[in-house]
Design a protein around this ligand. Structure first.
Ligand code: SAM
Length: 220
């Protein structure tokens, strides 16, 4: 149970996050800012770290994984340029916070997580917020969604040495993919657009993510 005082404190901290860490650093997509102002990030983090929910930092979520820093969540979502009609594939459900942001801004979200325990926690957090347009799977997201289908947008929330081939195939013509691409410790955040079956990429900034572990990504 969250007390009235805690709720107020979280709301004030959330507002500060929007102004200082997001708008103050160039996030301008109103839909992204509004979604992140509505969503309680503290609900995706264990009690131990809840008081830091609106610091601009990644935080531990168990299984050696992290919830991404709010600025990076906002930046990656802004790069996806969502209008509301898209089907989005997310690789790396983690806490489910990025999933929640996507679920507010897209028609449907398909999300894959390697750890069953994290997927279950995320499903519980998202059910409490009544997010209904999400399908969850546990497995190796570097191999793509298990059915033979394509998506308007793909977001990879862990580091890949290069964009996995199955994900290139599952991106629709004209679609956008956002991912941290590079080494195990530092990467570049890239946006890739699919035209005539080829990806043209643009680098946004440097970043640091945990590794995507899988057949078309890193080994353990
Ligand atoms: N966006 C998430 C959030 O808001 O909490 C943070 C994601 S965390 C940085 C990266 C996630 O990718 C971790 O939960 C990790 O277990 C998951 N992961 C790593 N390799 C994976 C794979 N091959 N398939 C699916 N998920 C994977």
């Amino acid at each position: 149970m969250v007390s009235y005082d805690d709720k107020n404190r979280y709301a004030i901290n959330r507002r500060t996050m929007i102004e200082m860490h997001l708008r103050g650093r160039g996030i301008h997509d109103r839909r992204v800012l509004n979604a992140m102002e509505r969503l309680p990030r503290e609900s995706f983090i264990g009690k131990k770290y809840a008081s830091s929910a609106y610091d601009d930092n990644p935080l531990p979520i168990g299984m050696g994984q992290t919830i991404s820093q709010p600025y990076i969540v906002a930046l990656m979502t802004q790069c996806l340029d969502l209008s509301g009609s898209e089907e989005v594939l997310e690789i790396g459900t983690g806490s489910g916070y990025q999933t929640a942001v996507l679920s507010e801004l897209a028609a449907k979200v398909y999300t894959i997580e390697r750890f069953g325990e994290l997927s279950e926690q995320a499903q519980a957090s998202l059910a409490k917020l009544d997010c209904k347009n999400i399908e969850f799977t546990v497995g190796d997201g570097s191999c793509g969604w298990s059915e033979d289908r394509q998506f308007d947008r793909i977001i990879i929330t862990a580091a890949v040495p290069e964009v996995p081939e199955p994900l290139k195939d599952q991106l629709r013509e004209g679609g956008l993919l956002v991912a941290p691409v590079g080494g195990q410790y530092t990467q570049e955040l890239v946006i890739a657009k699919k035209n005539n079956d080829c990806l043209s990429t643009e680098t946004i900034c440097g970043c640091r993510f945990v590794k995507l572990i899988g057949q078309y990504a890193y080994g353990e």
